[in-house]
Design a protein around this ligand. Sequence first.
Ligand SMILES: Nc1ncnc2c1ncn2[C@@H]1O[C@H](COP(=O)(O)OP(=O)(O)O)[C@@H](O)[C@H]1O
Ligand SMILES: [Mg+2]
Length: 303
Amino acid sequence: MLHIDNLTKVYRRGARANDGISLAVASGEVLGLLGHNGAGKTTLLNQVVGLARPTAGTITLLGRDPVAEPAWARSVCSFQPQAHAPLTGVTMRQAIEIIGGIRGGHRRAVQRRTAALLAALNIEEWADQPGERLSGGVRRLTAFCMAIVEPGRLVMLDEPTNDVDPVRRRLLWEQVRVLAAEGRGVVLVTHNIAEAERVIDRVVVLDHGRVTATGTPAALAADRHMRLELTVPAEPTVPAWSLRTSREGDRLIVTVAEENAHLAVAWAQSLTSRFSLNPISLEEVYVTLTENPEVHRNAALVP
Ligand SMILES: Nc1ncnc2c1ncn2[C@@H]1O[C@H](COP(=O)(O)OP(=O)(O)O)[C@@H](O)[C@H]1O
Ligand SMILES: [Mg+2]
């Protein structure tokens, strides 16, 4: 559905925001786009919908060139921007219905769809309030509804859960899965990695404008390391099977390959009864990648 090949964006004032990015999104797939602040995620999405012009490289959307046909790209793409939409002088419901109409929906169908989304996200209580009075999280959910009231074949969501409470985040993730089940491609930019892990089919990690890792969360889990935490006052001699050690207060954190888990448990038991051994979360894998991309590139994540 979407093919991005060697995409580079250099802003006029110098930042190389995207530096040779290649990725693809299939129909029915949720692609999670992760990366630190300033990694180039928003720049990437903006180029797909014609809000920024690539310096080099190609974008192919449904077999056509969105850079040459930005109006067409916006008609087949739904986009929730990271920045808040101004909601002055309209209610939440009006804002969503207006966008539904602009995107070609029939009035009754748009009204039904809007009502269904408000119910699904449990935000009906604010539906008829003036937009300028809405809290940040409710505004974000309104923007999400505006993006998907008449969804395109590709849906791009730029940090859709920022400021949203945990219960409604979960409701939003369910709607993301519905979009994919309908056969749409979804690009999801998020920092809520632990939650999104269950929603996304494939991950692309950006670091300073480059792709540092791609893979399915399942592939990631396949050679996922374990995290041993023990409370020990002194510094014990760490056995050779330890991949990495660090300290957080009085706790020692040891990274262990899964096949050495039994050795780790035996060693921990010899020192203390206060220990735990857990799989490393996608979030931790991501943090490690970001801290030290050279060491971990292609190591934990399988393309
Ligand atoms: N309009 C712009 N003009 C100049 N530099 C920009 C502009 N937008 C973003 N940048 C720079 O490009 C880099 C990537 O930004 P962005 O794509 O917003 O990252 P992210 O969304 O991953 O946080 C940053 O260094 C940012 O300062
Ligand atoms: Mg951004």
